[in-house]
Design a protein around this ligand. Structure first.
Ligand code: BGC
Length: 316
């Protein structure tokens, strides 16, 4: 089932499968403009391997060796990315049917994830609420667990302004978490004098193929930014062709991913680097790495978080 939220300026369409953002259209001088990658058919969503527009959990990003130890117990997860667990494993939130209801102007999608699902402990009751704010989309996440459990949720929308290389990006972050050959982050890296410095607007294409070792491992940008500041704040932006996306979140981090693993498949509307993701999140692999802030949701405690993707028209 597809739901549409509209306010005359933007129209966002969301599927009850994967709580997927299937369409994000904005009214421009030249008519409605679609700014996200999407498929035409439901089957393509069922077969999708690229998380197009999906709500991603229980734990987004990679967990090294698909295992972790919590409260003295070892948990074994799905190895769906080489030796690692990616985006919650084979039965992640992206592949679930959510219950949907509308309350006022909001669309609330709910999911129950059973203790042991994907190898993770605790029953999780999860909801994601979509609503339109003046010029964009607000996404609110809520989760509760019956056991201590790692939890990290994001949205995997690929924004597409028609030309990823010439899209200019800003990310308010002094540091990234550099990755090893298996794409697992370790330590911290200051972005100064690296291709990862987006503290001033810079074209994605400028350094996407630089001979920086990490860029080569990732085939472009696929890295976790340690966002400056705390609480709800503006953390990133992207602009091209008179449109600008602004990203606001209370999350501490954001994966900037330039679709390096997307295939060239014109029939499906896909192209390598044909879009880019601003995945607001907590730190990847934090459950195995004590130098990163904890992602454990404690038994009986709640997780709440909010991200806004705002789209404004610019003149430049
Ligand atoms: C990850 C990529 C991964 C992609 C899957 C992103 O969040 O950072 O490494 O290939 O998701 O579509």
């Amino acid at each position: 089932t597809e739901y549409a939220l509209t306010n005359g300026y933007c129209t966002v369409k969301i599927l009850n499968y994967g709580a997927i953002i299937r369409s994000f259209c904005v009214q421009t001088e030249d008519g409605l403009k679609e700014i996200v990658l999407h498929y035409d058919s439901a089957i393509d969503y069922l077969n999708d391997e690229y998380y197009l527009g999906a709500t991603v959990g229980r734990v987004c990003g990679r967990i090294e060796n698909a295992s972790f130890v919590l409260d003295g117990k070892t948990y074994i997860l799905d190895k769906n990315d080489g030796e690692n667990c990616l985006h919650g494993g084979y039965n992640g939130f992206n592949s679930k049917f959510f219950s949907a209801k509308t309350v006022g102007d909001s669309l609330i999608m709910t999911l129950f994830s059973k203790n042991g699902e994907g190898g993770f402990p605790g029953d999780i009751t999860f909801s994601v609420t979509f609503s339109l704010v003046n010029k964009g989309l607000k996404i609110k996440y809520h989760a509760e667990s019956t056991e201590n459990t790692p939890f990290n949720v994001t949205n995997h929308t690929y924004f597409n302004f028609g030309d990823t290389f010439n899209t200019e990006v800003f990310i308010d972050a002094d540091m990234v978490t550099p990755v090893k050959a298996n794409l697992i982050p370790e330590g911290f890296l200051n972005v100064e004098n690296t291709p990862f410095d987006f503290r001033k607007f810079k074209k994605i294409g400028e350094s996407i193929d630089s001979d920086n070792e990490i860029i080569k491992i990732c085939n472009g940008y696929d890295i976790n930014y340690v966002l400056n500041g705390k609480n709800f704040r503006k953390v990133a932006a992207a602009k091209h062709d008179k449109l600008q996306i602004n990203v606001y979140t209370d999350m501490p981090a954001m994966q900037f991913y330039t679709g390096n693993f997307l295939p060239n498949n014109p029939q499906k509307g896909l192209k390598r680097r044909g879009g880019f993701c601003f995945e607001t999140q907590r730190f990847p692999n934090a459950v195995n790495n004590s130098e990163y802030p904890s992602v454990i949701v404690k038994k009986g405690k709640v997780f709440d978080s909010e991200t806004i993707f705002e789209v404004v028209r610019t003149e430049y």
